[in-house]
Write a protein that binds this ligand. Sequence first.
Ligand SMILES: *[C@@H]1O[C@H](CO)[C@@H](O)[C@H](O)[C@H]1NC(C)=O
Ligand SMILES: *[C@@H]1O[C@H](CO)[C@@H](O)[C@H](O)[C@H]1NC(C)=O
Length: 263
Amino acid sequence: MGLCKKLLIGGGITALIILILGLSLGLTVGRRNIRSTFFSRCEKFKEHDCKKLWDLFEKAYVNKDPCKVPVEAYNPLIAAAPFKPQCNKMMFWSKTKDVVHGLTAKRKDCFVTLEDTLLGSVLDDLTWCGKEGSKDTFTAGCPEWSECVNNPVRSFWNRSSAAFADVACGDVTAMLSGSIDTPFNSTSNFASIEVPRFKASRVKKLNVVMVIQKNAISNCNHPSLKNLRQSLDTGITYSCKDVSESRIQECGAKPEIACGACW
Ligand SMILES: *[C@@H]1O[C@H](CO)[C@@H](O)[C@H](O)[C@H]1NC(C)=O
Ligand SMILES: *[C@@H]1O[C@H](CO)[C@@H](O)[C@H](O)[C@H]1NC(C)=O
């Protein structure tokens, strides 16, 4: 064998070893990542024992078939970090995630979403699941949102949005999208989980903010909003206002705007 060929093979083997090392390192880092993300986000909220919350979180899905994690699996976690009622500030959303969080990140004095609470912010945008026969948390190869209803991520958001809506009180705001065909869609978490939990004994009014972008195709006159009004508990007042996305951004950018004057 010529020197050149030997070098080539040697180089190929080295590259392969580096690739394998890199892959296994990547996998461990990926796994460690969710734990360290959980802790670093959790520690911003001083009032909770993050280790205890992580242990309760893991118990919900570890060593389970990732399509067999019911919403109830998260009851102990939510009981350990219950949602506090924040009357007149609670904000719900459907298909408006970015604009809503762009606002609440800057105007915590005005509005809070589920993703601004401890558990919601800790798990926002993360994917996780377990496997039968394993003590590990996986962040890849987990079921897609629609693949099976009882997957660990979907069950968490189902349970936590129910618990967040259960404590809704006073004037409640919901941001819906004017950029889609059906702003109030009965299959959404907002329609199927949150609205049915608003109770007239606690919630006085639901203010819908219809987010209008340049190419808006829906607004407050959309027929689907009739379904929203009809599914509201009797005694809860309803209002809807078309608001441009730029107006919402302005409210975020200018803290001097009073919360009630945002739109
Ligand atoms: C939420 O969970 C309940 C109870 O398991 C279930 O009936 C419902 O279909 C779930 N909703 C969504 C949107 O996943
Ligand atoms: C409601 O949302 C589901 C899931 O995103 C979608 O498949 C369906 O087309 C929507 N329904 C309407 C009437 O727009």
